[in-house]
Design a protein around this ligand. Structure first.
Ligand SMILES: CCCCCCCCCCCCC[C@H](O)CC(=O)SCCNC(=O)CCNC(=O)[C@H](O)C(C)(C)COP(=O)(O)OP(=O)(O)OC[C@H]1O[C@@H](n2cnc3c(N)ncnc32)[C@H](O)[C@@H]1OP(=O)(O)O
Length: 719
């Protein structure tokens, strides 16, 4: 049977059951939509058919339009006849959607074009198009507000958050919620009742009873527009979406559909759409690693793990693991530390209960999976150990030597270190094949990225098992090579150094932060980030990079001065900023003498800063990061460039709507990136800083020969 189709079955009672079929989520590929169009025309012409029911194969209605169509060079032609919605809504025979699993995006829009919706409990209903840089394009901007009211409809579309069918029933989106075994029968009966005139046949597109009065509607849309402009200043498509909704409210559903179609076509042309579609697939592709997941190996399930260290990281890792149903042995060196570690796990769970992310009962049962210990007695039974002790090489080496004796020969021995060479950590063991890095980002139970760091001796099975563990604890795992800083911290080391260089060239730190946070879209600028992380940590980590890459580093004097003055940032009440009791940051006039001393010591006096606009600041700080990212690609530290995009978005807050570091560079143009780096290398030659900017061979080659950085160095990346 074709994998993209709509099956057509007519029941003895005269109901045409149309089944959307396109594994795994019944995505609405154009072939499926064309099949739906044909099936509807067939049902309307079939004298045996009184009514129509639409279902999704395998208990999943539809996850919406096939997103892979947006990744193609030639985007889908939105002018193609989309009358299948009109045929569903106002064709000669009534239609009812039988929704199970999920109806998202175009899937919900198709269901809303039906004359009624019957759903199973817990089915997810939503219009997440804005997360892809577009807007609902099958009538959702018009039908959803008319079914649930403008306030609720706008909120659902702008937040992209789905609701469950029970909430949908209350809101007017769903007509009935029934158990799965009764879904099809209820939908068929509902459709026959409409056909027999026993039930009303509403056309969502023309309903107005749920829409707020025009004056109130206008205020709702004005407020939503102001919020969108404030919260997503860089994004155009939410405003295009709101304009289409407004047109429909003011001029009726048909006018609204026309406005929606025009807005959708416009949104499709924007880089943000290309970038977000890239990240959608990139994030789902990190779990596929060449030579590992295609090697015919079967991953072993991690049922019981041990975490060494109950500090901030260890307790976060333990929390993420027990939430995923894994038994955790939390080991500490004394009872006081162990009690503190268990207390942190309890606090993490309590915070989730308080936020409504889980019930108290679920938290209690998760806690049952945590057991504390002060020795290695139970380590024979663990599948994986994650060491999260202090960053001390000798201590870690001794721990791993002890673990090799205490655990079974199959136990994976991993370290959460962010700065120490993984091979060095395992140097005192005789099992390098079982040594791997599991680098979490703080807080470990919340940050979504897990860097899985393999050495050249780590076995494929161990990498595969750790990937499986990462997915099981709902992380996005990215497999990276063993180098200073691995992938994320390595590509970002020039970030702070370039920012400090601008400081020493005379720029104001707060101007730089504004450019990076407000103009570019990072969660915060480099100096605010330094105050969050701590100048002491920054100096410690910076030393690693200065030792590893001496030919391309800038030693920021200001960081040393901040440490000497104990101005470490938030934790000491001042750093680049000063902090009030609620840790609210504000510029600090007392920083001025430190800045002047740093500028004097920098040797950059007299060099004109080669930046004059926020865009210049953005490029001066991020292009060296792109350059280091290109080295990481060329050295094979990442399996594919798209993995680096995902890592920068998830770990550093690089804006997803820019596609991640490498996609962003490709959208800007490798030639422009290399050109500016070469110009700065020349500009700073006298200060012996040319090496900090000189484009690496990979970037220079792509810039000269054309092509994309995202293509990678090996066989063409699929992304
Ligand atoms: C008559 C002729 C008509 C011709 C018409 C042509 C018109 C062209 C104009 C288009 C107008 C479109 C209008 C519409 O409003 C636009 C949309 O619908 S955009 C899509 C909106 N939907 C989404 O954003 C949902 C995305 N998916 C998810 O949120 C999740 O996948 C999920 C569905 C909640 C499931 O989550 P999980 O269980 O965690 O699974 P995964 O996320 O890993 O997904 C599994 C697998 O499925 C792939 N996939 C999921 N959703 C889609 C999708 N919508 N399209 C394509 N593929 C999808 C995903 O990539 C995974 O694949 P794998 O990694 O396993 O290969």
């Amino acid at each position: 049977m074709p994998t993209r189709t709509v099956t057509y079955d007519v029941t003895p009672e005269g109901v045409a059951v149309l089944t959307l079929t396109h594994p795994p989520v019944n995505a609405l590929h154009p072939e499926v939509l064309q099949a739906l169009f044909r099936a509807l025309r067939q049902a309307h012409a079939d004298a045996n058919v009184k009514a129509i029911v639409l279902v999704g194969a395998k208990d999943r209605f539809s996850a919406g339009f096939d997103v892979s169509e947006f990744a193609k060079a030639q985007p889908p032609d939105t002018t193609i006849n989309q009358h299948f919605c009109e045929l569903l809504e106002s064709g000669p025979k009534p239609s009812v959607a039988a929704v199970s699993g999920m109806a998202l995006g175009g899937g919900l829009e198709v269901a809303m074009a039906c004359n009624a919706r019957i759903a199973t409990p817990g089915a997810q209903l939503g219009l997440p198009e804005l997360t892809l840089g577009i807007l609902p394009g099958f009538g959702g901007t018009q039908r959803l507000p008319r079914l649930v009211g403008l306030q609720k409809g706008v909120q659902m579309i702008l937040t992209s958050k789905p609701i469950k069918s029970q909430e949908g029933l209350k809101a007017g989106l769903v007509d009935a919620v029934v158990e799965p075994g009764k879904l099809l029968q209820t939908a068929k009966q509902w459709a026959l009742d409409i056909a027999a005139g026993l039930r009303h046949r509403p056309f969502s597109l023309f309903r107005t009873n749920r829409l707020e009065p025009l004056g109130e509607a206008s205020m709702i849309l004005d407020f939503a527009t102001a919020q969108a402009e404030k919260r997503a200043a860089h994004l155009v498509h939410p405003l295009l979406c709101l304009d289409a909704i407004r047109t429909g409210v003011q001029s009726g559903g048909l006018a609204g559909l026309k406005a929606e179609n025009a807005a959708f076509s416009k949104a499709q042309t924007l880089d943000q759409h290309k970038a977000l579609v890239h990240i959608f697939f990139a994030q789902r592709s990190t779990k596929r690693v060449k030579g590992i997941t295609d090697a015919g190996l079967k991953p072993r399930s991690m049922k019981k793990i041990a975490v060494l260290g109950g500090g901030l990281m260890g307790s976060g890792i333990a929390t993420a693991s027990i939430l995923a149903g894994i038994d955790v042995l939390l080991k500490e060196i004394n009872q006081k530390f162990l009690d503190a570690g268990v207390g942190r796990v309890k606090a993490n769970l309590a915070s989730r209960v308080k936020k409504g992310s889980m019930t108290q009962q679920a938290a209690d049962s998760a806690l049952q999976r945590l057991k504390g210990t002060l020795d290695y007695n139970d380590f024979k039974s663990v599948d994986l150990v994650i060491e999260a002790a202090v960053e001390n090489v000798k201590l870690k080496q001794q721990i791993f030597a002890d673990l090799e004796k205490a655990c079974s020969p199959h136990t994976i021995l991993s370290t959460n270190t962010s700065t120490i060479d993984i091979s060095v950590v395992g140097a005192k063991t005789s099992c390098p094949d079982r040594i791997i890095g599991a680098h979490f980002f703080s807080p470990a139970h919340i940050m979504p990225l897990l860097e899985i760091v393999r050495t050249d001796k780590t076995s494929k099975q161990v990498v595969l098992d750790t990937l499986e563990y990462g997915s099981k604890i709902k992380k996005t795992p990215v497999v990276v090579g063993n180098c200073t800083g691995f992938a994320v911290n390595r590509v970002f080391f020039p970030y702070t150094q370039a920012a400090c260089m601008l400081l020493d060239l005379g720029l104001d730190p707060y101007t730089i932060d504004k450019a990076i946070a407000l103009a570019f879209g990072m969660p915060m600028g480099p100096f605010r980030l330094s105050d969050l992380v701590g100048a002491d940590i920054g100096m410690h980590v910076g030393k690693n990079f200065i030792e590893s890459f001496p030919e391309r580093v800038y030693t920021p004097h200001i960081i040393l001065a901040l440490n000497e003055q104990k101005r470490l940032g938030e934790k000491t009440g001042s750093g680049f900023y000063k902090f009030d009791a609620k840790r609210k940051a504000s510029p600090d006039a007392e920083l001025k003498p430190l800045l002047e001393a740093s500028r004097k010591a920098s040797g950059l006096a007299g060099i004109k800063p080669p930046v004059s606009s926020p865009q210049d600041i953005i490029e001066f700080i991020f292009f060296p990061v792109v350059n280091e990212g290109c080295r990481v690609i060329a050295e094979g530290i990442v399996d594919k460039p798209a993995d680096l995009d995902v890592a920068t978005v998830l770990a550093m807050g690089f804006p997803a709507y820019r596609g991640g570091l490498i996609k962003w560079a490709d959208l800007i143009g490798p030639k422009h990136v290399a050109g500016r780096l070469n110009a700065w290398a020349k500009h700073f030659e006298g200060a012996k800083l040319a090496g900090f900017f000189k484009p690496c061979d990979y970037l220079a080659k792509v810039a000269q020969e054309g092509g994309s950085l995202g293509a990678g160095v090996g066989p063409k990346s699929s992304l």
